[in-house]
Each structure stands twice: as structure tokens, then as C-alpha cells.
Design a protein around this ligand. Structure first.
Ligand code: GCV
Length: 640
């Protein structure tokens, strides 16, 4: 089936309509190479004379993926040094639509900020008894496998095209928690990876694989996976050679080691640099990389022990190893020190390892931000993270070499469960290309491409612009995090994790709430930050309100910078947040008749659930803190 027909069947932000401005014009595509062919296929028919759009390879010092474009004498010209640049230039013209063919403009240069812009799928081949097929997936099953076997990959073709249109150039196709069946993708099931790589290749996307650190034992029958063992080194080298024989442009490995039950180098008394380097050495001859995750912490903590602080773990494990990783080992660090919470400070590890390539990991799948049942546009959150000036010299985007995110896609007809969650996937790709882009302009781009130019844009902005802060307002307050139901992490349960081994506590009692992470009286976590943040977070007076309970344990009467007390802030934000959810549902009514009826029905169903869930959050959080503190609501509203 043609890509246009496939796209029509699985419409997202590249429905055939979005390509009309180009398809209606005379287009010349010059150059050779698989990606240039892709551009030709996308354009349909090309011409040699009187073109209104010319795409051609040249030599403009734009790197492997950059492009330049200008418009002069009625002709729009896209130039790139390499085929990938032409592909990205083509999709840029698609984004511009009719505007690409109006007026005259000087040369604009577009070069990606991040060399690798990657999505990690947490897909399993089999359906996991607890986690389902896609771990933390809220969009149906995997697009790669069904019933334990590979699927027809037509839909993956459309996906590849969507990703290329946002600038994504790498995808890890399986879960970082590598179970027995999925481990075999590295060896006897490699053919399935080959097939996916073939579909991604025409769109400039390299395939990566999550592998188990214990693979030499699990798959190779070796007695050990000790990274310093010669047999183990040899096994990784040979296995990797076979992978490259089958997939010459294979991207590399992703590893979650010594984390939440996954095997790792600690089991052999070795460091994580030892562990990462054995894989890096196997990949180096072929230009591959290993993404080694810094998400390493003790998940069997004793809640009675206040000296252990999960927030400290990544820095404590990895900062001393700076400079010890091979050049092709990339340390993949979650954006915050805990675990993709709605509000966290940025991870101090990002600034602590100047001699190591660091990739910052975001979570597009909404595990802790409403699970694609709540409309939560995450562009503003990521923009804030990426623009955060962590050191005196650089912001997070400047310190990171790469941006990686956990995908939110499944086999759902709308790709992402909540149709509006598509905007998050789109925004991730765009911010990875250019972290300085305004997230609200990115939202405009997505609306134009996905829903068309005639929908009520103001209503969509009113729903989505502040939706992350709205979600924050009716869930866990002031950066304290969690308070979710254990296991599946949806909905409120204030004490759900309080007496568990997971290290995610709020320490609420009748006097106050929050985690003391100061150097003076707490866990000392503030000391992991460079100045000024080390002192800002240490200080009760200077710590930003939104992170207060992340860094301090305070009485309920503590007065915030906003002028409100902590307890009154909790009441006010929870009442306001739940009301706001009702308002979001009302605003969507304005789009009635403007969008596809099935999409409309899906969004309505999700907004109903968001309204219900926000009220549940409001009532549980308010009641919990009212009962703990005994403080009345100054406005006398109903608390149970
Ligand atoms: C893939 C969180 C999630 C886990 C996930 C883990 C990780 O803890 O709840 O499902 O495991 O993060 O990032 O490895």
C-alpha cells in the first residue's frame, strides 16, 4: 500500500492534507542516496525545469543533518550537505505549508542541537503478566509485535515517517527491562530487528536494542557475565559483529543495569564504567554506541532509615566515574533525580560529569502525568527543564549531548490513547532538534498538521497551554512527588508508597510534610548541585515554592513566597485544579464538528475521566492533609 494510503488510514500529524502545498507544486529533487529517494517518493512526481521548490545536495557546512532554505524569484530552495538534511528540509517545508511558497526570504540555516534524538520503546514481545505488553504503555499493544510474533510493519512505516517529520533519528525498539524472550532479539530473533531496521532506514532512523547485562549467561551459556572476563568480552564482541553483519547501520545497545532487579556489574564487584565499557568496546569498531542508564538506586530500602535518599543515588554511583567511560558510552540520565515526577528539580548528574557524554531522558509516555487519560501537554515542562541554567556556563540543553525519551505510542488508532497526547510526541522531537523553540508555537505546528488550520485554535491553547501546571495543581503538591497508587501509578494514594521499600516518601505527620534533603539537617542531597543551586535549594527562604517539599520538611503553617501557607496552598490549588479540569472539558465543546467524530468521542471520554479523577485527587489530598494537620480551609469549602 502507498505511504499516502497508509497515512490516511492512520492519520496523525502527516495526513495527506498536510502534504498538499508541496504536492500541488512543481518540485525538483537533485541528488542520490536512499533518503533522497524517500523525498522523491514523498513528492510524487518531480520535474527538471521551472520548479517552484528545489531540493538539492550542496556543500554549505551544515553537517550530516542540517539544511538551509531560502526563497528567491518565486522559487523555494532547500540545500543540504547530506541526504538526511534534505529529508529534514523537506519536512520543514511541509510544516510551513503554503507559507513556504509566499514572498521572498533570505537564507535560514537549521542544524539540530542534539546529534541523537532518540525514542525508547518499552515494548515487550510477550504480554507481561503485570506490566502488559508495553510497560507504562497507555496506547494499546506494541506496534512491532502481537501474540508473540512480529506484526505486519506497514504501520511502522507511517510511524517512521512521523518521527522523521519531527526530527527523531534513533529508536530503541524493546523494553529496558529485558525479559527472557526479548533478550533473544540480540541473537536468534535478530531477524525481527533486521525487519524493523529496514522500515526505519528510509527515514534516517537507526534501530537500537535494549540488552540484558546477563546476556552472556542467558544466551551464550557462559558461567559469568563479569565484564572483565575475557570470555565475556569475546562473547559481546562476536555477538555484536553478527548484529552488524545483519544491520550495518545498527545504532547500538541500551542497558538498564543493577536497577529494579535487572542484572549488572555490581553482581561481579565491578563498576558501571567496567560494565558499560565492555559493550562500548564491542560496538566501537562499527560506530555503535551504548546508552547506559544512570537510573540505579536501592529499591529495597527500609522506610524507617531516613539516611538513605533515593534522590542521591545516581550522583553517588556515577559522578565518581566521570572520565572512565569510553567515548561511545553515553550515560542516559533521567531529567530529575527521582523518577519522571510531575515536578522535580533537574538531576545534578547532568552537571557532574563533564568528561562523559550525557543524554537526558524524558518520559513522553505519561506514567506519572495522567497516563494519556488526562490532557497534559508536556512541551512547557521540557522547555523549562532544557532551558534551566544548571551551571554558570550552561543550561541543561547545553550540557546534554543527546535527548532521549520513553515513547507514548502503541497500536491505538490515534497512536497515543489520548489523541491530544500526540502533541507530546511531536514536541519531544521538535525540542530535541531545537530546545529553544517556544513550546506553544510547537503546539501550533502540531494543531496545523494534525487537526488542520480551521479548528478553534484558541480553545486548544486554552485547554493545553497550562495543562501540565493544572495537573500539578491537583496532584502531589509543591514537588513532593508520588502519592500515586502503587504498581500502576494512576490516581491518588497519599500513603501508597510511604511504608514501602521504594524510597519515595513524603514524611507527612501532624506537624508538617516534605523531605529534608539539606546539608544542615537532612540527607545532604542539596550538596550535589553546583552553585548557586546548592545554596538556593538548601535555603528555606530561597527555595522555589514549587520544589519546597522536595527539599524541605516544613510545618503546615509555613508561608510560601506566594504569601499563602503550605496547607492553604494545598487546599487552594486542589480546588482550582479540579475546577480547571471541568473548564477544559467545557472548552473542548467548541471543537464540536471541527474534528473527526471518532477523535472527538475519544477526547470527550478522556476529558470525562480527567474531571472525575481530578475531583478524586482533590478530595483525597485535601482530606488527608486536613485530617493530618487539623487546619481548616480559610475559604470554608467542603473537605471530607
Ligand atoms: C522500565 C519507573 C517505571 C518502570 C520503569 C523504570 C525505568 O520506575 O515505573 O516501569 O521500568 O522507571 O525507567 O527503568
Amino acid at each position: 500500500m502507498s505511504i499516502d494510503k497508509l497515512a490516511a488510514a492512520h492519520s496523525a500529524w502527516l495526513p495527506p492534507r498536510a502534504l498538499q502545498a508541496i504536492k500541488a507544486r512543481r518540485v525538483a529533487v537533485h541528488g542520490a542516496g536512499r533518503l533522497v529517494e524517500t523525498v522523491r517518493e514523498e513528492v510524487g512526481t518531480t520535474v527538471t525545469e521551472d520548479a517552484e521548490l528545489i531540493l538539492r545536495l550542496s556543500s554549505e557546512r551544515l553537517g550530516d543533518e542540517g539544511f538551509a532554505l531560502y526563497r528567491r524569484d518565486g522559487v523555494t530552495v532547500v540545500l543540504a550537505d547530506a541526504p538526511a538534511g534534505l529529508l529534514y528540509g523537506f519536512f520543514h517545508v511541509v510544516r510551513l505549508g503554503e507559507a513556504a511558497f509566499a514572498g521572498e526570504w533570505p537564507v535560514e540555516r537549521h542544524v539540530p542541537a542534539m546529534r541523537r534524538r532518540m525514542l525508547d520503546h518499552w515494548d515487550n514481545i510477550d504480554v507481561h503478566p503485570v506490566m502488559g505488553q508495553v510497560e507504562r504503555g497507555y496506547s494499546g499493544g506494541s506496534i512491532f509485535w502481537r501474540d508473540g510474533v512480529p506484526r505486519d510493519l506497514d504501520r511502522v512505516r507511517v510511524y517512521a515517517r512521523l518521527l522523521a517529520a519531527t526530527g527523531i533519528n534513533a529508536v530503541a525498539i524493546n523494553n529496558v527491562n529485558v525479559h527472557a524472550t526479548e533478550a533473544r532479539l540480540l541473537t536468534d530473533r535478530l531477524g525481527e530487528v533486521v525487519a524493523v531496521a529496514e522500515v526505519f532506514r528510509p527515514y534516517g532512523i537507526r534501530v537500537h536494542l535494549s540488552v540484558s547485562f546477563a546476556a552472556p549467561v542467558m544466551l551464550g551459556g557462559l558461567p559469568t557475565a563479569d565484564p572483565l572476563d575475557e570470555g565475556v568480552r569475546g562473547w559481546w564482541a562476536q555477538t555484536t559483529q553478527r548484529v552488524y553483519a545483519a544491520i550495518p547501520d545498527f545504532g547500538g545497545y541500551v542497558v538498564k543495569a543493577d536497577s529494579e532487579g535487572q542484572p549488572g556489574p555490581f553482581g561481579y564487584g565491578r563498576s558501571h564504567a567496567d560494565g558499560a565499557n565492555v559493550l562500548a568496546d564491542a560496538l566501537a569498531p562499527f560506530g555503535g554506541v551504548v546508552h547506559w542508564r544512570a537510573f540505579v538506586y536501592n529499591h529495597r530500602q527500609d522506610w524507617r532509615d531516613r539516611s538513605t535518599d533515593r534522590a542521591r543515588a545516581a550522583y553517588d554511583h556515577f559522578a565518581p566515574l566521570d572520565g572512565k567511560f569510553r567515548d561511545n558510552a553515553i550515560l542516559q540520565v533521567k531529567h530529575g533525580p527521582i523518577d519522571f515526577q510531575t515536578r522535580e528539580p533537574v538531576s545534578p548528574v547532568i552537571a557532574a560529569m563533564p568528561a562523559t557524554s550525557v543524554a537526558v531522558e524524558l518520559q513522553v509516555t505519561q506514567e506519572y502525568t495522567g497516563q494519556q487519560r488526562h490532557a497534559v501537554y508536556l512541551g512547557p515542562m521540557w522547555s523549562e527543564i532544557l532551558g534551566f541554567r544548571l551551571t554558570s556556563e550552561a543550561d541543561v540543553a547545553g550540557l546534554a549531548r543527546e535527548l532521549v525519551a520513553v515513547s507514548n505510542v502503541g497500536d491505538d488508532p490515534f497512536w497515543t490513547g489520548h489523541p491530544l497526547a500526540q502533541a507530546n510526541l511531536y514536541a519531544f522531537g521538535r525540542l530535541a532538534w531545537d530546545p529553544t523553540l517556544d513550546p506553544l508555537s510547537i503546539l501550533d505546528e502540531w494543531v496545523d498538521l494534525a487537526l488542520g488550520p480551521d479548528v478553534d485554535r484558541a480553545a486548544l491553547h486554552a485547554i493545553l497551554d497550562d495543562s501540565w501546571r493544572t495537573y500539578e495543581s491537583y496532584t502531589a503538591p509543591l514537588g513532593v512527588g508520588f502519592m500515586v497508587r502503587p504498581g500502576h501509578h494512576y490516581g491518588p494514594d497519599v500513603d501508597g508508597y510511604e511504608y514501602t521499600p521504594w524510597g519515595t516518601y513524603h514524611f507527612a505527620d501532624r506537624e508538617g510534610v516534605g523531605v529534608d534533603r539539606t546539608r544542615a539537617t537532612g540527607t545532604g542531597f542539596t550538596g550535589q548541585y553546583p552553585q548557586p543551586w546548592s545554596d538556593v535549594y538548601e535555603s528555606l527562604e530561597r527555595c522555589p515554592d514549587e520544589l519546597l517539599l522536595f527539599f524541605h520538611h516544613v510545618p503546615y503553617e509555613h508561608v510560601l513566597h506566594s504569601g499563602s501557607t503550605v496547607i492553604q496552598h494545598i487546599y487552594d490549588t486542589h480546588f482550582a485544579g479540579a475546577e480547571r479540569a471541568v473548564e477544559m472539558r467545557r472548552l473542548w465543546e467548541r471543537l464540536a464538528g471541527q474534528v473527526d467524530p471518532e477523535l472527538d468521542a475519544r477526547v470527550r471520554e478522556r476529558l470525562d475521566e480527567q474531571v472525575r479523577s481530578a475531583a478524586e485527587w482533590r478530595d483525597q489530598i485535601n482530606t488527608y492533609f486536613h485530617r493530618k494537620s487539623g487546619e481548616p480551609d480559610a475559604k470554608g469549602r467542603q473537605i471530607y
